[in-house]
Design a protein around this ligand. Structure first.
Ligand SMILES: NC(=O)c1ccc[n+]([C@@H]2O[C@H](COP(=O)([O-])OP(=O)(O)OC[C@H]3O[C@@H](n4cnc5c(N)ncnc54)[C@H](O)[C@@H]3O)[C@@H](O)[C@H]2O)c1
Length: 344
């Protein structure tokens, strides 16, 4: 298998998840490291015993000197547009961290830049690559709950990060809800059409802005999705994948974000409340690669074979559009139309 010559742009915390996966992939050679902070580069080198051909804070130079054909964009969200566009312009395929961009305009420019360069740009949505969500999705489509009408999700985690998140506007919607909203699209097979959302910073929050949010999405095909979330809720945390209820025309599934999946469906009866029977849920099937490893493996395989990766920017921009429409709704207090691709 042809080796991809990779530059890491951004050498901070999340690269641990990337390198844990990549060090087991024979088709990846890390040839360059780029970060604005020399100490982050040094820490990366030391931790992973990597000896790059080129390293420094100038991405174009690192790509040129290292002969890279691939960039892993692990920079902070505000830097994703410039880093990704520069990488594409330098002839590289890009796999980048979520969220694509802080604005829809920038995200669409990134999609256009990938098209113009004839390169692949895909995004890490690691929560699609877990056995639990695959099983839940299969159960929604195949079990006795009937066609899906509603998805409800709770996300409550008291996360003490520090760093860039402490200062961000709309931190929960912009930095975390992209995962949950993308999961809603993945689970329902529907795209969002309208959203009403509100976010706020509750008393006691250790973030500057928007640690709590609620959102209500009207999705294609009549599906509705409600979201309640907090990044500063102490106690009784949900999983990072959220706690979900899927309601169909004849039954309900509950998923805890991990291995817990149960369901009940209407079993008939004449009473006010009908009898229920347990839904026969499918078994959990292990995946060869999970989380970051799953997305990175899919991206690399797509480059080898010429197919489109699951989390290609052309798809992921629809999840970004959900986030940014929710932010607009939170700022204006109005129901907002979610951007939709109109080109054919
Ligand atoms: N997929 C996930 O589950 C997951 C989890 C955590 C973080 N993330 C995402 O990963 C990204 C990075 O988060 P982190 O926690 O590693 O942050 P971090 O602050 O630890 O690291 C970011 C690094 O990027 C560098 N950087 C910033 N601008 C740059 C630029 N223009 N060029 C080169 N380097 C630059 C910083 O100096 C820093 O070292 C964010 O987009 C975040 O949302 C994803």
């Amino acid at each position: 298998m042809e080796k991809r010559k990779v530059v890491f742009a951004g050498c901070g915390g999340i690269t641990r998840a990337w390198m844990t996966a990549v060090q087991n992939f024979a088709d990846v050679e890390v040839v360059g490291l780029c970060d604005l902070s020399a100490s982050s580069i040094d820490a990366f080198r030391e931790r992973w015993k990597v000896d790059p051909v080129s390293a420094g804070d100038n991405l174009e130079r690192v790509i040129r000197e290292s002969g890279a054909d691939t960039v892993f964009d692990c920079t902070v969200p505000s830097a994703h547009p410039s880093v990704t566009k520069a990488s594409l312009a330098a002839g590289c395929d890009v796999l980048g961290e979520k969220p694509m961009a802080p604005s829809l305009e920038e995200a669409l420019e990134m999609v256009a830049a990938a098209r113009a360069a004839g390169r692949t740009y895909a995004v890490i949505q690691n929560r699609r690559y877990l056995p639990g969500i695959r099983r839940f999705r299969q159960a929604i489509g195949e079990t006795s709950i009937g066609p899906l009408t509603t998805l409800d999700v709770d996300f409550y985690i008291g996360a003490h990060f520090g760093g860039f998140r402490s200062e961000m506007d709309h931190v929960l919607l912009l930095d975390m809800a992209i995962h949950t909203f993308d999961q809603a699209r993945f689970l329902s097979g529907a795209d969002a059409e309208y959203v009403y959302a509100s976010d706020w910073n509750p008393a006691g929050s250790w973030y500057r802005h928007g640690a709590n949010a609620v959102a209500f999405f009207e999705m294609s095909g009549g599906v509705r999705c409600t979201y309640r979330g907090s990044w500063c809720a102490e106690g009784h945390n949900t999983s990072w994948e959220g706690q979900w209820r899927a309601t169909g025309t004849t039954g309900t599934l509950l998923w805890d974000g991990g291995s817990g999946l149960t369901g009940e469906h209407d079993a008939g009866g004449e009473e006010l409340i009908h009898d229920f029977a347990a839904v026969d849920v499918p078994p959990e099937v292990p995946l060869d690669y999970t989380g970051h490893a799953g997305v990175i493996r899919d991206f690399l395989d797509s480059l080898h074979t010429g197919r489109t990766p699951m989390t290609d920017c052309t798809d992921n921009v629809k999840s970004v559009a959900m986030v940014l429409a929710a932010v607009e709704s939170a700022e204006t207090g109005k129901r907002v139309k979610v951007w939709k691709e109109t080109r054919t």
